[in-house]
Design a protein around this ligand. Sequence first.
Ligand code: C5P
Length: 215
Amino acid sequence: MIVTIDGPAGSGKSTAARALAKKIGYEFLDTGAMYRAVAYYCLCNSIPWEDHSAVAAALPKIQLDMPLGRILLNGVDVSQEIRSSQMAEGSSKVAVIHAVREFLVAQQQAIGRGRRIVTEGRDQGTVVFPEAELKVFLVASPESRARRRFEDLQKRGETVSFEDVLKKQYERDKRDSERAEGRLVAASDALTLDTTDMSIEEVIELLIREVEKRC
Ligand code: C5P
């Protein structure tokens, strides 16, 4: 069985997907980390995220491995480096490139094939696993999403203002929602859940009930 959890930044999907996978004994796939790793590779190799042909040409040099919730880029663990606000912006810029999506979608489908997996991202229920047994789309108010992200970045030691996080989030949502492929949109058969006033525990409980209904 495949469970997809899609939604915008800060909707709680990472935390919910990771915790759900643990509770039900499924594997967990964080597809945003893959876009972030591509952006990080470009940064380290002075390839501008906006230079679509240079980014596409670099893809054969990128090897991603995702053991136990970590991400290795050409054998080096970059799990921490990719979490910065700079990589949030970079990942959404490389995510508009057709070759990047083709490259990562194929890997995600290979990882999920024949497995019991909870996978999270933007296009998991629409493009990557349209046959998934349970599709969830999480939403939350822009302010509550930015608040969660602001707290995460503060914990990481980044000096950011709430206003700036909100503004960057707006720009990223716009890029993610308006691109040609793999847009941020709920699958027609997804269960949409507004997490604005829900605790993470409530979200997880609800998701477990939905999984149980399908077993
Ligand atoms: O979820 P996360 O914030 O880590 O995702 C970073 C970026 O990667 C998103 O803003 C989006 O542009 C891109 N992404 C995507 N498709 C996915 C997952 C992430 O385009 N399945």
